[in-house]
Design a protein around this ligand. Structure first.
Ligand SMILES: [Zn+2]
Length: 216
């Protein structure tokens, strides 16, 4: 099925500039391995970025315009980024990070009835939070807001909220202006890769996620 939800242009730009926090970059690179359209776009942005960088070099300003133009023309056929076909349901960049090729082999930690997670380590000193989240069919996450950027990549199943239905390959790119209350697929549930710019923020989501179960 076609991918309907892509990262924002600003998110793709910081990916192409290499300035993205590690956790967010891990989600974007997995999306790029599943989405040729975004992979092409990031390739194009990288070429334009390289051309702009050249304008900083000590050359006559007047002579830089044709360089940018030529580069922009080349951008129609950018070189393929480091994208390899995914061997299974887990996208290739994530397989590399996990050292696993199947969701069945992930040592899931049970958080609450119907909710499991698996935290992925980041490079020492990196801020943010990266984890896989597995949600049983029909689980509703209470309405919540966001602090900082949060990216969610759907890897299996689906979930829906007021902004639409998210299926395999789709990315939800949320900032602190968004509030939503996602519900997992009633038959299949979902598995997502979730990255948050801020650790504390994600703790907040987990607390809310678990809220419906605290009365049990
Ligand atoms: Zn895309």
């Amino acid at each position: 099925m076609a991918i309907m939800h892509h990262p924002d242009v600003a998110t793709l730009m910081s990916c192409s500039a290499g300035s993205q926090p590690e956790a967010l970059a891990a989600v974007v690179s997995s999306h790029l391995s599943m989405c040729p359209a975004c992979a092409r776009e990031v390739g194009r942005m990288s070429l334009i970025g390289a051309a702009l960088f050249e304008t900083i070099a000590p050359v006559e300003v007047a002579s830089t315009a044709p360089i940018v133009e030529a580069r922009a023309g080349e951008a129609d056929n950018p070189p393929p980024p480091d994208v390899r076909p995914s061997g299974g349901a887990i996208p290739y960049p994530l397989q590399k990070r996990l050292g696993l090729t199947s969701f069945d082999d992930i040592p899931w930690r049970r958080l609450a009835p119907g909710v499991w997670d698996h935290r992925l380590p980041l490079t020492e000193g990196a801020t943010g939070d990266l984890r896989l989240l597995k949600v049983a069919p029909g689980v509703k996450v209470p309405e919540h807001g966001h602090e900082g950027e949060e990216l969610t990549l759907l890897l299996d199943g689906s979930y829906s909220d007021a902004t639409g239905i998210y299926r395999t390959g789709d990315v939800s790119d949320l900032d602190n202006t968004t509030e939503h209350a996602p519900v997992s697929d009633p038959d299949r549930g979902c598995i997502c890769l979730v990255a948050s710019e801020k650790r504390a923020r994600y703790k907040g989501l987990l607390a809310r996620l678990l809220q419906p179960f605290t009365g049990l």
